[in-house]
Design a protein around this ligand. Structure first.
Ligand SMILES: C[S@@+](CC[C@H](N)C(=O)[O-])C[C@H]1O[C@@H](n2cnc3c(N)ncnc32)[C@H](O)[C@@H]1O
Length: 268
């Protein structure tokens, strides 16, 4: 389905749907794939109580390396020569992703560490409390688009570093792994220009589409699960896209900084 041809949403398996997208037609990819951490041996905390970690059947993958190689290869085919791919994960999937990025001959630009100061506490008391996720950033060559100046504006005039402290947010939908909108806003601002095409092959609740539309980007989203697809569709269609809208509340309250950000978006 498509809204004014700027937003294209597909309910299906990204391994099939990606094959229908033209070579080099996408400017930035944000992928939040299954981390493969659901299962009997993993626990998490819900309402202060330990529970078995189960994000859904989609998060149990027999051969994570084969799965990652297949979808990353297709993403690289559709990525433009100066585009970037940003891939979220934890230690459960990131060694596999890193090996594949190297195997495909990609240029690894950054490993961003997303630090969640408010991550849930560890109840088992036998190791460090997990409070980070990682984001690989890679491109096809050393000539890629990266809005370094906008990074400086966002970081009060100083170089932005690869440690990002952004709190986990209360979910806006029933999706179990919804990403904070302000995390995705930063990724899209740094990695693309207005009117460029953003692709999310594992759309989930549609966070990337919501933020891409607010920032006047075009968006292609793919989601396997019909219920999550419908949530995404509704969430994205509710965004008013007539002008650029910023998401991060702290940024919006800082009038001077948000004006600089909006000017940078228009100038690029
Ligand atoms: C980690 S979640 C993404 C969450 C998303 N970033 C958000 O903010 O809501 C991964 C999503 O990928 C979907 N998924 C899993 N395998 C898929 C596949 N082969 N093709 C398309 N979607 C898939 C799952 O249903 C799940 O909703």
């Amino acid at each position: 389905m498509s809204f004014k041809r700027k937003i294209t949403l597909k309910n299906g398996d990204c391994l099939k749907e990606l094959k229908k997208i033209k070579d080099g037609s996408v400017d930035q990819i944000y992928a939040d794939p299954p981390y493969n951490l659901s299962g009997k041996t993993h626990q998490t905390v819900q309402s202060g109580k330990p529970v078995t970690l189960n994000k859904g059947d989609w998060d149990v993958i027999d051969d994570i390396d084969e799965f990652n190689l297949n979808w990353v290869s297709e993403c690289i085919r559709v990525l433009s020569d100066n585009g970037t791919i940003w891939i979220s994960g934890t230690l459960h999937n990131h060694p596999s992703i890193g090996t594949i990025l190297k195997k495909l001959g990609l240029w690894i630009i950054n490993d961003v560490v997303w630090y969640k100061r408010n991550a849930p506490p560890l109840l088992s008391g036998n190791r460090l409390a997990p409070s980070v996720e990682l984001i690989w950033v890679a491109s096809k060559s050393k000539k890629y688009f990266f809005n370094y100046e906008l990074g400086k504006i966002l970081n009060d005039g100083k170089q932005m570093r690869n440690l990002w402290e952004i709190n986990a947010q209360r979910h806006l939908t029933k999706h179990p792994t919804e990403k904070p909108e302000n995390l995705i806003e930063r990724i899209i601002l740094l990695g693309s220009k207005k009117d460029q095409v953003i692709l999310d092959p594992f759309m989930g609740s549609g966070t990337t589409g919501v933020v891409a539309k607010r920032l006047s980007r075009k968006f292609i989203g793919i989601e396997l699960d019909k219920e999550y697809f419908d949530i995404s569709k509704e969430r994205i269609s509710n965004v008013n896209s007539t002008k650029v809208i910023l998401t991060d509340k702290k940024l919006i309250l800082d009038k001077d900084k948000s004006e600089q950000v909006l000017k940078n978006i228009e100038d690029n």
